[in-house]
Design a protein. Structure first.
Ligand SMILES: [Zn+2]
Length: 83
C-alpha cells in the first residue's frame, strides 16, 4: 500500500511538472507566447491569419492560435501566420 502511495505521489508531481508551464488563461497582451498567440479567422474561411492580412477585410474573428488549430483551421499562405 505504501508503494502504491509513493507511485501515486510520483505520478502527481510529474503531472504538475508537465502541466504547470502551460498558461491556462488566454491573455491578449501575451501575444509573444506562441501558446497564447492570437490569430484571426473569417466567418467562412478555413484559414487563420495574421492581423492586417487582406483576407480579413470581410470578417475578422480573433481566436487563439491553439484554438484555431484545434478547430481545423490551417495557416494562410498569404500572410504566413505562425504554426
Ligand atoms: Zn492571411
Amino acid at each position: 500500500m505504501r508503494r502504491l502511495l509513493a507511485a501515486l505521489t510520483l505520478c502527481i508531481s510529474l503531472l504538475f511538472t508537465v502541466a504547470l508551464p502551460i498558461p491556462a488563461q488566454q491573455d491578449k497582451a501575451a501575444q509573444q507566447d506562441p501558446k497564447t498567440q492570437t490569430v484571426y479567422v473569417t466567418r467562412t474561411g478555413k484559414k487563420y491569419h495574421r492581423d492586417g492580412c487582406r483576407y480579413l477585410s470581410l470578417s475578422k474573428i480573433p481566436i487563439s492560435l491553439k484554438d484555431a488549430k484545434a478547430k481545423g483551421y490551417t495557416a494562410c499562405k498569404v500572410c504566413h501566420p505562425p504554426d
